[in-house]
Design a protein around this ligand. Sequence first.
Ligand SMILES: [Zn+2]
Length: 117
Amino acid sequence: MVRKNEFEHIKAELTQRKQELEQKLIELSRERITDDQVQDPGDQALSSTMESLRTSLQTAETEEYQRIVRALEKIEDGTYGICIDCGQPISEKRLKSYPDAARCLVCQELFEDREKE
Ligand SMILES: [Zn+2]
């Protein structure tokens, strides 16, 4: 079952978000280079705090970026929005909150229960 057309708007949103993240990641890596030139000890302390803050921010954004890329790939090959466990369509509401959801809500809960044990 191909639900490609249904996801045109999700695809548009994801593409836009992907571009924003690309821009941010480029900016973050540029700032990192500038920071290396700071020599003052006080500045260095601040700089390392900023650096760790930036690194965690960059990690979160890189992860989000990768999720978006995967979701876009799935939309392209027509497997987007299908639960990988039961093969049923994932609700659009869920996809709006979790664009990269691989499972429907029921299967996700079962999956998380299994993970806990
Ligand atoms: Zn399912």
